[in-house]
Ligand binder design. Structure first.
Ligand code: SF4
Length: 448
């Protein structure tokens, strides 16, 4: 169990100086206990208290990282049960299972998808993250060969899985200096494999068939002095796995059970052979609350919706995705090219930019900072209005790029055209563009 707010309060200076941003030391202590504040926010904590509080101030679900360099993927670190409370921070790792039972061609195809898949959406590239290397045949030689092949093929995180500890160790020897995990670490092999993890710097995936058994395994991880681990409740059906994941999250956050404060792994690949159903299970488990979902294939028809679903779940609902304010030149525009102004809501930008690019009409796109609001929202909030837009246009530098003074506004805010023209001053002409971005290509082709 973690420390309570009162226990933490007794270790704080109790001067209520407010420098941490909270009105009292007690308020700060309560936030710290709930995992909603950082100990470093108080500059006056003694070294002795810091040592004692470090456990309490660690995130209730510890962060675990697998993979190398740009392919390293963090899991865990969550502090809330519902994304509207704050936000989820480290997206569920999407993993593909490869085994020594399937043929080499299947393994090669999945590894190629793992390495090459990248869907671009709202300026981000969405990718799968991990590979689960399974000794399905219970055959050490082919398992070790498979591990070596995977290690040579990808920098993404690797989870080795075998019921045979000797096979796990032999396969681990093929991974060079890579950061990897081993599965399953059970009550029977824990002493041996936790010591191995400590020596090699790898991550144990500890297994317990119910939450009590899993918590006991988490205790062993903590007692071994390991900071990273992954929790597994075994190959179960969807309903049981979902229930386990919810129970683990609740125990870690509400009851501060440190031994369950690690990211989890779930196996939609073992729940069904039906690809679409597997994707649906993985989508639900991404929301509640798997740290990793293991799929049987990265077939793009299955992986893409999962990647987009994950993006939606792990986007901060209180902070809209935004673009930087400025001029975006599309299709190599020149001084005669049209100028369109719109807001910096990322979705607005990408929808408009995609249509402009599709039109092939060279265009300057002026993106104005409206705190990530879309056109109508920004207009009704007084952020995309004539007396704010005109100063932005004048300071944007667009006058140096074009030889005309025409500016196209979104059709949804046609009503501000007159006032905008007045604010811009003599010579400016405000044109009313289409309401829908889909109508931009036709509009731009007819622009004079
Ligand atoms: S900064 Fe430290 S001493 Fe000051 S109010 Fe916050 S917790 Fe108390």
């Amino acid at each position: 169990m973690g420390l309570t707010g009162i226990m933490i309060y007794k270790m704080l200076p109790q001067t209520n100086c407010k420098e941490c941003g909270d009105p009292t030391c007690l308020a700060f202590a309560m936030k710290l206990a709930a995992g909603k504040a950082e100990l470093s926010a108080c500059p006056y904590v003694s070294e002795e208290a810091k040592a004692k509080l470090s456990e309490a101030s660690a995130p209730p679900i510890r962060v675990t990282t697998l993979g190398q360099g740009d392919s390293a993927h963090k899991m865990g670190g969550e502090t809330v049960k519902f994304r509207h409370e704050k936000t989820f921070v480290n997206p569920t790792g999407i993993a593909v299972a490869v085994t020594n039972k399937t043929g080499a061609a299947v393994v090669d195809a999945e590894l190629a998808l793992l390495n090459e898949m990248g869907f671009e959406r709202v300026g981000l590239v969405l990718k799968p993250n991990l590979v689960f290397v399974w000794d399905e045949n219970k055959d050490e030689a082919s398992f070790v060969a498979l591990a070596g092949k995977v290690a040579g093929a990808t920098e993404k995180g690797i989870i080795l899985s075998s019921e045979n500890s000797a096979s796990l160790k032999a396969a681990a020897a093929k991974l060079g200096g890579k950061k990897f995990a081993i599965h399953p670490v059970t009550a029977a092999n824990a002493d041996d494999l936790l010591a191995f993890c400590k020596e090699k710097g790898c991550v144990p995936v500890v297994q317990g068939t119910d939450l009590d058994a899993l918590s006991a395994m988490g205790e062993k991880v903590i007692a071994a002095g390991l900071k990273e681990a992954i929790l597994d409740t075994g190959f179960k059906g969807f309903r049981e796995t979902l229930t386990d994941n919810i129970g683990i999250r609740r125990a870690a956050l509400d009851k501060k059970v440190r031994s369950l404060g690690f990211p989890t792994i779930a196996f939609p690949c073992a729940m069904t052979d039906h690809k679409e159903l597997q994707a649906a299970y993985a989508a639900a488990l991404t929301g509640k609350y798997a740290g990793i979902v293991v799929l049987g294939t990265l077939d793009p028809a299955m992986a893409m919706p999962l990647l987009v679903n994950r993006l939606n779940i792990y986007t901060d609902p209180q902070r809209p995705m935004t673009m930087d304010q400025g001029i975006y030149d599309l299709n190599n525009p020149g001084p005669d090219s049209p100028v369109i102004i719109t807001t910096n809501f990322a979705l607005t930008y990408f929808v408009v930019a995609a249509e402009v690019e599709a039109s092939r009409v060279p265009t300057h796109l002026l993106i104005m900072d409206t705190e990530g609001m879309s056109v109508l929202t920004a207009w009704s909030a007084g952020k995309f209005v004539a007396d704010a837009m005109a100063p932005f246009v004048k300071k944007s530098g667009i006058a140096e790029k074009v030889n005309h003074k025409k500016i196209i506004i979104p059709g949804y805010v046609a009503q501000l055209s007159g006032e905008f023209e007045e604010e811009l001053g003599e010579g400016y002409e405000v044109l009313i563009g289409p309401r829908e971005a889909a109508d931009l290509p036709k509009y731009l082709k007819e622009y004079k």
